[in-house]
Design a protein around this ligand. Structure first.
Ligand code: FAD
Length: 460
């Protein structure tokens, strides 16, 4: 058993071969063409596409812990086309057609991940079954209808986003109280840690070197400093997502927001005959409190949600991943949706931090004059988006003309988060408001307008 097997369901279900041999730490000063800080999907996809563009590049990836230690190894496994910012926000900053173009590229990104994992032989249980948003009340149904109509107003059609009747929805997913749903084919379920570890082996085969147990203490143009040596590079890529605030000068760039998950034991075929999810479509319902689930390749539920507290000073500690209150809430929600799970054992409880920028926009950056690049701020939508980051940063760094480099998220500057205590109050209000809004909706049968207005305002 690997020493980090208890990080999540995903880490605990990898074989010794999938974990692979441990990698060494940086042993001395080094000179390379590109130094990448962080061996999650952002860092790994960037290395992958850089080496596709130019196989002669010398690339070093420096990872504080091990490949896939961060959110990339622990997530819900939705490789979706979701972006944290809305189409309207993108249109306001660019144009409606540019916003639609970025969304279309995200649709293609799901297929691109599928193409690469097949081409490179990365076995990560990739199942392109789409994503189902269940409406479990009339208010939720109306919200789904409005959302699909809004997407169609940007030129998307039923091929991309469509409403399903109650019967069609239940046929796909037999949760309780279903009155309808919305479906998009643009999502795949994956085993997140297998993708991270498989991608790492792929980029090593292509020529990159990964140093694990090598925390970077400072990044500056052409130089990355660690206590084990300094790496000099023409280009330095920061791919540190939720861990970014620990780096000098970046305390208020991103806030770590915790997302927690549980997994059941494998459930019997008799259960799945009723619960469905035969194509392994990922699913949630239309509540405000974000929840997300998948049927895993070994027939468990992996199910997660937000609602955990933000911690003062943007701190990240292992104990923040295990919060009995939130894990209990997530378990109750799953049982309420699928009472037939009964007292099936919850075999795994874990969590991790997502990186939230002040305006909820993800972005990708490259400054040719300093050689500094970065991508992140995906909030909870990084599994697919990191692939687009990798392709975009590779095109920017190698100066490859492509449509990707002019998409509206490239070069977007998010404002800094407020200093404490405002940040603490604001983010924790955001964590609680959706729960209050859902309770209100459940009791009154109508949406809580003032809570929705505050939620919209806080992330602007
Ligand atoms: C519980 C959970 C569920 C989620 N579910 C989904 C989902 O279903 N779909 C989806 O799209 N997104 C989901 N996300 C978000 C998604 O996982 C992330 O957006 C994505 O993995 C970010 O990848 P990354 O490479 O940018 O960051 P990470 O995977 O966090 O990688 C950053 C790496 O940098 C390393 N690092 C940090 N600082 C340093 C340093 N100073 N020196 C060296 N190394 C450093 C870290 O150790 C880490 O390995 C979820 C996240 C969580 C936590």
């Amino acid at each position: 058993m690997h020493e980090l097997s208890n990080l999540s369901l995903w880490h605990s279900t990898m074989s010794a071969d999938e974990w692979g041999p441990g990698r060494t730490a940086l042993g001395a000063d080094l000179q390379v063409d590109v130094a990448i800080v962080g061996a999650g999907y952002t860092g790994l996809w960037t290395a992958y596409y850089l080496l596709q563009r130019d196989p002669s590049l010398r690339i070093a990836i420096l990872e504080a812990q091990v490949v896939g230690f961060g959110a990339s190894g622990r997530n819900g496994g939705w490789c979706s086309a979701l972006l944290p910012m809305s189409l309207d926000a993108m249109a306001a900053e660019s144009s409606r057609s540019q916003a639609a173009r970025l969304q279309t590229v995200m649709h293609e990104t799901v297929a691109e991940v599928g193409r690469v994992v097949a081409a490179e032989g990365i076995e990560c249980d990739f199942a392109h079954g789409g994503y189902l948003s269940l409406a479990r009340s009339q208010v939720q149904l109306q919200r789904e209808r409005d959302h699909v109509a809004h997407l169609h107003s940007y030129g998307f059609t039923d091929d991309d986003y469509r409403m399903l009747s109650a019967d069609e929805t239940i046929e796909r997913c037999g949760a309780t109280k279903v009155v309808g749903g919305a479906f998009t084919p643009h999502c795949a379920a994956i085993h997140p840690a297998r993708l991270a570890r498989g991608l790492a082996r792929t980029v090593e085969r292509m020529g990159a070197t990964i140093y694990e147990h090598t925390p970077v203490v400072e990044l500056s143009p052409r130089s990355v400093r660690t206590h084990l040596g300094t790496v000099t590079a023409d280009v330095v890529v920061r791919a540190t997502e939720a861990f970014t605030p620990a780096l000098p000068g970046l305390r208020r760039a991103i806030a770590p927001v915790f997302s927690l998950m549980i997994a059941t034991e494998p459930l019997p075929e008799s259960f799945w005959q009723q619960a469905g999810l035969r194509d392994r479509s990922t699913f949630n319902d239309g509540r405000h409190m974000i929840v997300y689930g998948q049927r895993t390749a070994d027939d468990r539920f992996a199910f997660g949600g937000r609602g955990a507290w933000y911690h003062w000073g943007s701190r990240i500690k292992p104990e923040y991943d295990r919060d009995e209150r939130v894990h209990g809430l997530i378990h109750r929600t799953l049982r309420e949706m699928f009472p037939a799970i009964g007292d099936a054992e919850i075999t795994h409880r874990w969590g991790g931090a997502v990186g939230a920028p002040r305006d909820w926009w993800c972005s990708a950056h490259f400054d040719r004059s300093t050689g500094m690049a970065s991508a992140g701020g995906y909030v909870g939508d990084g599994v697919g988006t990191t692939n687009l980051s990798g392709r975009t940063l590779a095109d920017l760094i190698t100066d490859t003309p492509s449509e990707l480099v002019s998409l509206p998220w490239v070069g977007h500057r998010s404002p800094k988060w407020e200093p404490e205590p405002l940040r603490f109050v604001g983010i924790n209000t955001m964590a609680y408001l959706p729960i209050g809004a859902d309770r209100h909706e459940e009791h009154t049968g109508s949406p809580s307008k003032w809570r929705e207005a505050i939620m919209n305002r806080l992330i602007r």
